[in-house]
Design a protein around this ligand. Structure first.
Ligand code: PLP
Length: 379
């Protein structure tokens, strides 16, 4: 018998109230009961996205919504800018190029944040740019980009701004409308505290105009189909009924807690996680650390071993590095249903694993440093 602790930046653990909903009998998706749930969910999503526009729910992982944001806005040969600072930013390049777009990359080294001024320069130099694609919290490195500043720049041009918030939404302040973001994509298995399997996307009027001229072939991911059935609280195809029923519950929990309170909670967890890493002598990785995942540098020879031993011996799943960062960093997530006690479990086990692997650390130091930060919340 093994107890599992998910401290990974997706999937994340889910609250028992939500898990119970996933166990209910299947509702038929053409019933009035389901329509009422779908309507409630649509309203709840607008709140989390901080938008007045419709938010569509699609059956796929987060990447499916990224694909929608490419295939529904562009035609082959269109010029786009991608501002990437990690693995998920690079995914925009792969999808856009995969569908024949001409990508102008203003990417930065992994660990850095994208430069709004570089985006502005690229937009000026290339007046035909249709869209700028970037990432809010770059989960692979643990940084957060200044989407508000980028929104100011892109909104003054003919291009639309498309942002991947799969890991950051509900975890860190993000305002679709106020920050002038045209297209926002997200997914169910991170901040939304739900099982994997749902993707979300919202589009501004400016983005809808682009969909009119888009010529990339599509069928299941044709966003117009979702818009058409949205008004009657339906989905164009059989939706993952179970996940949508559970989403209603997780959205209820988010509303009950309040988005701003959630943002504050993860901010505190992030501070505690950073303090814990530093107390172990692990250098934090990333230029501007985000609030939903903390990355720290580890000796390359033991990077993979730390992750493996934590999982196999203690049942604690954390993430290692991706791509060139493989083995070089570890990542602790503090998003969704991950709380203070989970973080302390993570650090206690990390201390044991580091000791077992021969790293000279003082046991209890990371836990104590994290506790200090968490206690600052004292009334
Ligand atoms: C998790 C994640 C995704 C999507 O991954 P899926 O596995 O397709 O759900 C995209 N972008 C970011 C920033 C992510 O963290």
């Amino acid at each position: 018998m093994k107890k599992h602790y998910l401290l990974t930046p997706g999937p994340t653990p889910i609250p028992p109230e939500v898990a119970l909903k996933e166990a209910l009998p299947i509702l038929h998706h053409r019933t009035s009961e389901f329509a009422a749930i779908y309507k409630d969910v649509a309203e709840g999503l607008k709140y989390v996205f901080q938008t007045e526009n419709e938010v569509y729910t699609v059956a796929s992982s987060g990447t499916g919504a990224m694909e929608i944001a490419v295939t529904n806005l562009l035609s082959s040969g269109d010029e786009v800018i991608v501002a990437s600072c990690g693995n998920f930013g690079d995914r925009w390049i792969k999808i856009a190029e995969g569908y024949g777009a001409k990508v102008i990359s203003v990417s930065v080294e992994w660990g850095k944040v994208v430069k709004p001024a570089e985006i502005e320069k690229a937009l000026k130099a290339n007046p035909n740019i249709k869209a700028v694609y970037t990432t809010f919290t770059e989960t692979s490195t643990g940084v957060v980009n200044d989407i508000k500043a980028i929104g100011e720049i892109v909104s003054k041009t003919n291009a639309v701004l498309v942002v991947d918030t799969v890991s950051g939404l509900a975890g860190q302040e993000f305002r679709t409308d106020d920050w002038k973001v045209d297209v926002v994509v997200s997914g169910s298995q991170k901040g939304f505290m739900l099982a994997p399997g749902l993707a979300f996307i919202t589009l501004s009027d400016k983005a809808w105009k682009l969909t009119e001229s888009s010529k990339i072939p599509k069928f299941y991911f044709d966003i117009k189909k979702y818009k058409k059935s949205y008004g009657s609280n339906k989905t164009p195809f059989t939706p993952p009924v179970t996940l949508i029923v559970a989403l209603q519950e997780s959205l209820r929990l988010i509303k009950e807690k309040g988005l701003e309170n959630m943002w504050n909670d993860y901010k505190l967890l992030a501070k505690a996680a950073r303090a814990g890493m530093k107390a172990l002598g692990l250098k934090l990785f990333g230029e501007v650390p985000c609030n939903v995942v903390t990355s720290a540098c580890v000796p390359a020879e033991i990077g993979d071993k730390i992750v493996k031993t934590l999982r196999e011996k203690y049942g604690v799943s954390i993430a290692g590095g991706q791509g060139d960062l493989k083995g070089k960093i570890i990542r602790f997530a503090h998003m969704g249903y991950i709380g203070k006690a989970d973080l302390l479990v993570g650090f206690a086990c990390l201390e044991m694993v580091l000791t077992e692997l021969g790293v000279n650390i003082e046991k209890g130091k990371a836990v104590a440093a994290a506790e200090e930060e968490l206690l600052l919340e004292r009334p």
